[in-house]
Design a binder for this molecule. Structure first.
Ligand code: 13P
Length: 251
């Protein structure tokens, strides 16, 4: 069975209550069929508000992070249960802006993946190499390590609740996109790892998004590659026209 395409908008630390509400409403109005799975990831303070705006629509809500504990004395942190409680279906974990900007390590990301799955949140796990790592030809070993460590203990029977987002760090927010061939090569590698670690059927069921300067102009060609199952979109998800054009490119 063909995998359903999945397009998610990572709003990062952008929008306000008013602009987020307007953006969510416009996206919901534009997603009129179920051919493509769609989600948006607003900043924490707006999750409940956006979830309310999107209730009954075809657009799901994702958080951009979580803390791997049910509750406790963790000042400033947010638990998976709280995210579920305000209407999140997904959580983005391991984004490079957290790995590189905030020092998040694979082992900590693994705790987050486990906590998310246990709480009933579906995971979008980001992996990707830096420019230096690519130039040294270390891309595959970096991706292998990120996946191996972050998915330790993951039950392959839950593969339908996992999305891998391949986001080459050098393509994020830079306007520089991996070519469809470059992206497809890494996506095929990731699916091959899933085949080896799990089995053919689980690998075939795994959704692998591409992220890194995805725009209306390049989305269709990227997502027509055999192992590219959608997109994790940053900048272009902040305008309904560009985000909806990307969604259309996935159909
Ligand atoms: P841009 O689309 O702005 O390059 O961001 C990609 C990204 O980091 C999505 O998570």
């Amino acid at each position: 069975m063909a995998r359903q395409k999945f397009v998610a908008g990572n709003w990062k630390m952008f929008t306000s209550a008013a602009s987020g509400r307007a953006l969510a409403r416009a996206v919901a109005a534009g997603v009129t069929d179920d051919r493509v799975r769609v989600a948006v990831a607003p900043p924490y303070p707006y999750l409940a508000l956006i979830a309310e705006c999107l209730a009954g629509s075809r657009v799901g809500v994702a958080a951009q992070n979580l803390y791997p504990a049910h509750e406790g004395a963790f000042t400033g942190e947010v638990s998976p249960e709280m995210l579920k409680d305000v209407g999140c279906k997904y959580v983005i974990l391991g984004h490079s802006e957290r790995r590189h900007g905030l020092g998040e390590r694979n082992e900590f990301i693994n705790l987050k993946v486990r906590a998310a799955i246990d709480a009933g949140l579906d995971v979008i796990l980001c992996v990707g190499e830096t420019l230096e790592e690519r130039e040294k030809d270390h891309t595959q070993q970096i991706i292998w390590r990120q996946l191996y460590d972050a998915l330790a203990g993951f039950d392959r029977a839950l593969v339908h609740r996992l999305t891998i987002a391949y986001e080459p760090v050098w393509a994020i927010g830079t306007g520089r996109t991996a070519t469809p061939d470059q992206a497809q090569e890494v996506h095929a590698y990731i699916r091959g790892l899933a085949r080896k670690a799990w089995d053919e059927q689980s690998a075939a069921a795994l959704t692998i998004q591409y992220g890194g300067s995805v725009k209306a102009e390049n989305a269709r060609e990227l997502m027509s590659q055999p192992d590219i199952d959608g997109a994790l979109v940053g900048g272009a998800s902040l305008k309904p026209e560009s985000f909806l054009a990307i969604v259309a490119g996935a159909a």
